[in-house]
Write a protein that binds this ligand. Structure first.
Ligand code: NDP
Length: 702
């Protein structure tokens, strides 16, 4: 995480006011380092010029030659610590893609492991104690605080209005200092770097969420609040990062209103020609695109892995190929999209035409970028629509490849177009009067916003949203299968799967045995470089998301869940600059814990004990979500009885998270509206026209 390339030597050299030779510089660096060590070991009072000279093996006169007196030496040492930290912050800020990411960079660096290290921590504490009595130290401290505040303020302003940004920046700075100080005063017993960062992250997330509840339309200031937020958001280019290394993969311009207008206008014209082809002709084109996806599987899988941090063994086997399967499936259905004939007696008959909607929009989440683009575009195109697709800002790359493939396969230009941007670009699509439908994959709050905005032009919506799905293991289940299901349903794609069975309910008589087998198998999971074919658990999508997941883990511990495995960020070797979290299992969980109620979207499984069928059904259904559910049992009747009562859109019996394209996929309750995949998706991308055909002259009374 800390891509610090600046050395102590660089910092002191750059701070020098007059050129000095190498030997002098080396001596100054040595004396500053000795001072920091001395402060850590014998404190402020014990750190005298004589003590420094003794430790450095030089005369007190030489120390005075470089730094005049003790105050000068302390100031140089404090300046060095502050500059080292500032350099770390700068390096992290350069990697952050979003204003939120930049705020996180400030938090992560100020509360980084280096600041909790006993040596520099104790030296910092000594300085803090002297700041009020020493003008030089005060100057350094004030400069550092100002820089931190202005970094925070500038980035927060891009997310929230100015006044709120100012006060939140002050709060964050105060909390950083407060949390660090308490940890230092407790001699690092009260908090470590990780829990301190998780605490700050949870605080910032909470505040931003509260502030995001924008004032209602018409409330004083509402318009300017929205305008300020959106215009700031809209312009900054997307910086696409490899989450396994923090390396920059690409920078993309954000598409604003002119580009969206142009895309819609192009799509309108192109769609008419596309819809005029027969279904079979459209099917042939989709079939060609599917072949191209398959032929480019390895290349696309690698790109997806670099952009998402998912293991290459997954992207090669699933992400691209499931997209290709989807295209093949709808290529096959395209010719069969049809209405029905209705016999209305000898005087008339009726028929329905299943017609395309026109121009539709797809808005994707970051967890399955290419697959989501295929799941939305294949049925849309098969039915004769044109689609404008906006991938998530974090994962915009493979959708561009899909556009290329569609064009090469013969999809006319304008029928499938990718636009890039953040929420504001999504809003431009959602609000556009000429776009007749939006299909979104994303969070519940985004689904709500999209539905509200779509209402103005009465657009249709398909919403594939979040979940907190139950996976129920009855005592009569094949236990190893149930363990496999729980592992697949929690750790695939590092847990960043909407339908994951993150609430694993296990019947009491097999609870201990289940946990034992689960723990043994999860211990063998390989976390590592996503491009290594042996890696099973890759990186999380971003630093912000990782902090959110670690925040949940910290809350799980604080609320009394028993940590069975994982629970930490992994920073060993090459993983240090990526966003890796160990597969985490909490046992003995309760229904009211945050980790059990809220979607974490990371590798965190919660295991809960139950006694009876009615009890587990009530607990499984006690959630605002209803995306998916799984049941493991060898009792045929129980399996179907329980499934029938589970409030979920997609269910599995004795398996978990398999999503064949033939089966409709989607949620109930807050997990969504409408369905993707299967024949059901055809209904969501077409509209019915009813036609009455008279077979006799009109018998008019006029
Ligand atoms: P978000 O809801 O944050 O974003 C989804 C997409 O919507 C992004 O492209 C985003 O843009 C865009 N967006 C955000 N706000 C608006 C708005 N007001 N109007 C229009 N578009 C907007 O979801 P994530 O990307 O964080 O994905 C994770 C979520 O997706 C989880 O909750 C997960 O459960 C859910 N999901 C659901 C699936 C399902 O099939 N049910 C499958 C996969 C994920 P930006 O790029 O700026 O973020």
């Amino acid at each position: 995480m800390n891509n610090q390339s600046t050395t102590l030597r660089d910092l002191i050299h750059h701070s020098a006011t007059s050129p000095r030779d190498e030997g002098e510089e080396a001596r100054r660096v040595q004396l500053v380092e000795v001072t920091i060590n001395s402060l850590a070991e014998v404190g402020y009072v014990g750190t005298t010029l004589a003590e420094i000279a003794r430790r450095a093996g030089v005369s007190p006169g030489l120390v005075a030659h470089y730094f005049d007196d003790k105050d000068g030496l302390l100031e140089a040492a404090f300046r060095t610590l502050a500059r080292t930290l500032a350099a770390r912050v700068r390096a992290r800020l350069a990697l952050a893609r979003t204003p939120r990411g930049r705020v996180q960079a400030v938090i992560d660096c100020n509360l980084g492991p280096e600041e909790f290290d006993r040596r520099s921590g104790t030296a910092w504490l000594a300085f803090w104690g002297q700041v009020l009595h020493h003008k030089g130290l005060k100057r350094v401290q004030t400069a550092y605080q100002r820089r931190m505040l202005s970094n925070l303020r500038n980035d927060l302003r891009r997310m929230i209005p100015g006044e709120e940004a100012r006060s939140l920046a002050v709060m964050i700075a105060a909390m950083i200092d407060g949390v660090w100080l308490r940890a230092a005063l407790s001699e690092w017993q009260e908090a470590d770097s990780e829990s301190a960062r998780a605490l700050l992250t949870a605080f910032v997330e909470g505040r931003l969420k509260d502030l995001a509840q924008e004032p209602p339309e018409g409330a004083p200031g509402a318009r300017s609040v929205r305008a300020a937020r959106r215009s700031a958001e809209a312009t900054e280019p997307l910086r696409v990062i490899n989450p396994a290394s923090g390396a920059l993969l690409a920078e993309l311009a954000v598409d604003g209103p002119p580009r969206i207008e142009a895309a819609v206008s192009r799509a309108r014209t192109a769609q008419r020609h596309w819809a005029a082809l027969t279904g079979a002709e459209r099917g042939r084109v989709l079939q060609r695109a599917a072949h191209m996806l398959r032929a480019r599987n390895d290349e696309l899988a690698e790109l997806e892995t670099r952009n998402t941090g998912k293991p290459i063994q997954e992207t090669r086997a699933v992400d691209v190929l499931s997209g290709a399967e989807c295209l093949e499936y709808y290529a096959g259905l395209a010719a069969g999209v049809a209405g029905e004939h209705l016999d209305l007696g000898p005087a008339a008959f009726g028929y329905t035409r299943r017609e395309p909607l026109g121009v539709v929009a797809g808005i994707g989440a970051w967890n399955y970028p290419l697959q989501i683009a295929c799941w939305k575009s294949a049925p849309a195109l098969a039915c004769g629509n044109a689609m404008i697709f906006k991938p998530a800002e974090l994962t915009p790359l493979t959708a561009i490849k899909l556009e290329e493939i569609y064009l090469a396969a013969g999809v006319p230009p304008g029928v499938f177009q990718v636009v890039q941007g953040r929420a504001e670009t999504g809003r431009l699509l959602t609000r556009h009067a000429d776009i007749r439908k939006v299909s979104l994959t994303g969070e519940v709050s985004t689904g709500r916003a999209v539905m509200a905005e779509a209402a103005a032009s009465l657009k249709q919506v398909t919403l594939e949203l979040g979940g907190k799905s139950p996976l129920i293991v009855f005592a009569d289940a094949a236990l190893d299968n149930a363990v496999s299901g729980a592992l697949l349903g929690n750790f695939y794609s590092a847990g960043e799967v909407c339908s994951n069975g993150t609430r694993v309910f296990v019947q009491r008589s097999v609870y201990a045995e289940f946990l034992e087998r689960l723990q043994a198998r999860s211990a063998r999971l390989r976390i590592g470089d996503p491009l290594d074919p042996a890696t099973q658990i890759g990186a999380l999508i971003s630093a912000e998301h990782m902090q959110k997941v670690l925040g949940f883990i910290a809350r799980g511990r604080a609320q009394g869940a028993r940590l069975v495995s994982g629970g930490v960020r992994v920073t060993s070797g090459d993983l240090a600059s990526g966003f890796f979290v160990a597969p985490t299992i909490f046992a003995d969980c309760h229904d009211d814990m945050d980790i059990v109620r809220q979607e974490i979207f990371g590798p965190v499984m919660t295991v809960l004990e139950f006694d009876g069928e009615d009890e587990v059904l009530a607990r499984a259904n006690a959630s605002e979500f209803g995306l998916a559910a799984g049941v493991f049992t060898n009792n045929l009747q129980r399996a179907h009885r329980v499934i029938a009562q589970l409030q979920a859109g997609t269910c599995w019996i004795n398996h978990y998270n398999v999503t064949p394209i033939e089966l409709p996929f989607g949620g109930v309750k807050m997990s969504g509206l409408g369905r993707e995949n299967g024949r059901a998706a055809i209904e969501h991308y077409t509209q019915l026209k009813s036609v009455y055909v008279a077979m006799r002259d009109i018998d008019a009374p006029y």
